[in-house]
Design a protein around this ligand. Sequence first.
Ligand code: ASP
Length: 344
Amino acid sequence: MAGRPLASGPLTIRVRDAFQETRMKKFAVAALALAASAAFAYPDKPVTIVVPFAAGGPTDKVARDLAEALRKPLGGQAIVIENVGGAGGTLGAGKVAKAAPDGYTLLLHHIGMATAPALYRTLPYKTLEDFEYVGMVNEVPMTLIGKPGLPAGSYADLQKWLGANQGKVNLANAGLGSASHLCGLLFQSTLKMEMTTVPYKGTGPAMTDLLGGQVDIMCDQTTNTTSQIESGKVKAYAVTTTKRLSTPALAKLPTLDESGLKGFNVSIWHGLYAPKGTPKAALDKINAALKVALKDPDFMKRQEALGAVIVTDARTNPADHKKFVEAEINKWTPVIKAAGQYAD
Ligand code: ASP
């Protein structure tokens, strides 16, 4: 017996209709998505990254290297660095908080994002509310360094020299509220010694004066001090993290913790931010570009040579970075309050 046709005419047509309809819908959705992304051709002009410190310093160096690595994944657009130094990084951060939320103004900031709320009674922005958190970039230890002619060859010698010169020692920093301020503050309160702090708009210009002998000592990120230590241009006394560093030029340095300042632990980190209200489509592109940039072999090599540690992929997620900054605020607020200092 001849079998029945597999599908009767009308049923075949109905199945085909439904199939075609689904394909058409899928096509329409894809076309819409494509049109939307074409309409949102971000970035179609240069992007500015505000660095809240002077040019030539450690944050500036991280930002310039990162800008280079971000350029390709951001479609080859130019990325311009704008240095807005002053007030320990709060001026630059305040400028970005008030910038147009269009994805063309970003902020590369460091731990000051989390210490400023405790160091300043009034800030020109709300740290957790006025920014979109893009992601974390790296962690960078600090080093305690001294001017070239300083007559102390080791940390033990330095401590003796500081004791013998109470009231006369100048300690440079990048302004009240900066990382170097925080480190110097903890150093003085741990040693129970008072020094004269000399504020700059960043540790780039502070380093110039230290090299010239105008200031005596400074805490600064390894992204600024490694080459000066390597070439013997400054005296290097200790690292501020509890673990010694593996970067060849820094490996011989003791930690402050092992040098008698038990528990001394300051590690700087950097993150990328945008003004609150920046479109999600732009934020997603910046975040995706950040993840690519952090795996750029040249960026990785440069950061490693300067003692910086690039963070893992998970830590570059916006929500995780925001949680981390919140935890850092909670960690540093009691420490700063206990040191009894305000920047304003
Ligand atoms: N190292 C500086 C600070 O102490 C900032 C900088 O100039 O990058 O916060």
